[in-house]
Write a protein that binds this ligand. Sequence first.
Ligand code: FAD
Ligand code: SF4
Length: 311
Amino acid sequence: MIQKERTYFQPHSAEEAVNIAHKHENESCFIAGGTDVMVNKFQGNNEFSCFIDITGISEMKQISVQDNYLKIGSLVTLDNITKHTQIKNNFPLLIQAANAIASPVIRKTATVGGNLLCENRCVYYNQSTWWREAVGHCLKCDGDICIATGGKKNCFSKFVSDLAVALICMDSNIEVVEHGGSYIAPLENLYSGDGVNPHKLKKSTLIKYIHIPLQQDFRFAFKKLRQRESMEFSSLTTAVTRNKHGKIKIVLGGVDPRPVVVEGTHGNNEQDLIKQAVKKTRIVDNDVFSRQYRKDMISVFLNQSFQEIAV
Ligand SMILES: Cc1cc2nc3c(=O)[nH]c(=O)nc-3n(C[C@H](O)[C@H](O)[C@H](O)COP(=O)(O)OP(=O)(O)OC[C@H]3O[C@@H](n4cnc5c(N)ncnc54)[C@H](O)[C@@H]3O)c2cc1C
Ligand code: SF4
């Protein structure tokens, strides 16, 4: 068997990483904790010949305050998020979300940036090469139909980043570096809604920091449906916030190829907001729980959440 030649880089700044990625566009992949990239590689779901290990970029491991934002480096691990005093005091929603992810050992390696960009999931996709060959390849792995829907031409793989659900609910932004510049944009805009390519970043664009607005003063509720409490990707994640001005934000994960967002105010009928959220989701039978059960659970979780954040 002829092995493909592989290249491995260890840059020490975001700009250096981006320049290397730009030179190797379409064949390279950033690697942080590796807990998503390597799983997908061993399942034959990615074939990069060039890995750019970004763990040597120390400025991306810091948490600091800048203006009215908490600035979290994208290389901060999920474990460090759960232990950071300022995050504990200001953003307990983020702590709950981080603690709901994977297992304690994985959280020591998995990073915030990697979590925001971890691959969407589907029971027909996250399988070995042999399994997928036997069932037939779907749209997300070079086939021409979606198996979960019996032949549709769109991919509805589930968006599973629990951290993103919490961060979007708190109006967070991302600071990205790309060849020739950098910019800050709402995290919510990162996601495409297309299950095959779930986010809009170029392969050579790096997430450097996540900015969360401070002094928001909100009440929140976070819930997650999964097969095992100990360690499992989301079948449905919900986060709801209500700030002191009465602004309500609902974010759902696990029920669409991107996070589903619904906004309202204190004056809105809560049942109308719940109906809007359910209507916006594109749930298909690609999970261990049935489509109908997950759909029903949206209303259950959101009703419970509204009771919890009632003033
Ligand atoms: C058993 C298991 C259970 C899990 N359960 C959950 C769960 O319940 N909820 C959940 O949300 N997640 C879950 N995960 C996913 C896990 O959270 C992610 O694998 C992890 O956060 C990814 O971080 P990483 O640093 O390992 O990323 P990597 O695997 O290194 O990278 C992931 C992706 O992000 C890109 N990337 C990484 N950092 C950057 C950056 N700074 N800029 C641009 N691109 C970047 C990589 O190129 C790659 O495409 C689970 C994972 C495992 C293995
Ligand atoms: S939703 Fe359909 S196309 Fe997407 S990964 Fe699953 S089976 Fe494949």
